[in-house]
Design a protein around this ligand. Structure first.
Ligand SMILES: [Zn+2]
Ligand SMILES: [Zn+2]
Length: 279
C-alpha cells in the first residue's frame, strides 16, 4: 500500500504531539527522537584530549599546540610558532601520557569519548542499575558520534568486537548483559567482521568493581579472564561501558594477547579521570 508509510508517520507525529517524550535526565518534555533532550546531550562531559593508550585526559601542558585563529578566519603562524613545533615531539607521541610512555599498556589504543561524571554518569547508571536496556542504542550512537569525530581512524579499523563478560549473577540481578548489548549496538554503527563474539570469559567470581576502592579494583581485576584461542591472529576490540582504573581493560587485553590476538584496542563510553584531576 503506497499510503501506509505516510499514514503511519502522520499517526506517530500525532501520538508524539499528544504525548511528547520526556527527557530521562531533566524530565522536561522535548521534541527530539532520542531519550534525552538536545540540551542535556550538550552537557555530556567530553573527553576530547586524552591519551590514546589509556584515554585519561592529558594534562594541559601535554596537549598539542594549535595556532590561534583570528577573526579574519586565517591561521596566523609566527616564526616562534614554527620554532616551537620543530622542537616538539610528534603528535602521536604527544597524545600519550607520561605513565603510558614509560610503561606502555598492552592495548594499542583506548577510545573513551566521555568522562564518567555528570550527565553521562547519570545516563549510564539509569541504563545499568534501573533496567533500561533500551538506552543501549543511544549510548552506542553517542560513542560513535563523539569518538569517530575524535578519531576517524576508528571507523576504518574494524576488528572483532569482544565485550567484557558480565558475571551471570550480576546479569541475573540486572536483567540484561549490558556489555554484550553495547557491543551489538556498536556493531550497527561499525559493521565489524566477524562481528561480536563472546570470546572472553570470567575465570572466577569477582566483586563488582564499582563497590571497591581504587587499590582493591586493581587487584580484583588482575588475571580474571580467559580468552578463546579462536581470536588468534585477529585484531580485537574489547568493549566495556566504563573504564575506572584501567585494570579490567588491561587484564582483558592481556588475556586476548595470551590467546594469540594480533592486537587489542579498547572501546568504552566513559573514562573515570584519575584522582585529583580537575577536568
Ligand atoms: Zn534533558
Ligand atoms: Zn595514558
Amino acid at each position: 500500500m503506497p499510503f501506509t508509510q505516510p499514514l503511519l508517520s502522520g499517526a506517530l507525529q500525532i501520538v508524539r504531539w499528544l504525548n511528547p517524550p520526556v527527557c530521562l535526565l531533566c524530565h522536561e518534555t522535548h521534541t527530539g527522537v532520542r531519550p534525552i533532550c538536545v540540551a542535556c546531550q550538550d552537557t555530556l562531559p567530553r573527553n576530547p584530549e586524552a591519551c590514546r593508550k589509556c584515554a585519561l585526559p592529558l594534562p594541559t601542558t601535554s596537549r598539542q599546540h594549535t595556532p590561534r585563529q583570528f577573526s579574519s578566519g586565517s591561521l596566523i603562524k609566527t616564526d616562534a610558532f614554527f620554532t616551537r613545533q620543530k622542537t616538539r615531539s610528534s603528535p602521536s607521541q604527544q597524545m600519550v601520557c607520561d605513565p603510558c610512555r614509560h610503561t606502555p599498556p598492552i592495548m594499542t589504543e583506548t577510545l573513551a569519548p566521555f568522562l564518567m561524571r555528570g550527565a553521562i554518569r547519570d545516563l549510564i547508571h539509569i541504563w545499568k542499575f534501573r533496567y533500561h536496556p533500551h538506552l543501549t542504542p543511544l549510548l552506542a550512537t553517542l560513542f560513535a558520534e563523539a569518538s569517530f569525530h575524535l578519531a576517524p581512524r576508528a571507523a576504518n579499523s574494524p576488528g572483532i568486537l569482544v565485550p567484557i563478560p558480565t558475571h551471570w549473577d550480576r546479569m541475573l540481578h540486572r536483567g540484561f548483559d549490558h556489555t554484550w548489548l553495547l557491543a551489538q549496538a556498536l556493531n550497527q554503527h561499525i559493521p565489524c567482521s566477524p562481528g561480536v563474539k563472546s570470546w572472553l570469559k570470567n575465570r572466577e567470581r569477582r566483586v563488582a568493581q564499582h563497590r571497591l576502592s581504587r587499590a582493591e579494583r586493581l587487584s580484583n581485576a588482575s588475571a580474571c579472564f580467559r580468552a578463546s584461542p579462536k581470536m588468534a591472529g585477529s585484531a580485537v576490540i574489547v568493549v566495556d561501558d566504563v573504564i575506572t582504573t584501567g585494570a579490567t581493560a588491561s587484564a582483558a587485553a592481556q588475556a586476548c594477547i595470551d590467546a594469540g590476538a594480533r592486537s587489542v584496542k579498547v572501546w568504552c563510553v566513559a573514562r573515570t579521570p584519575a584522582p585529583g584531576l580537575s577536568r
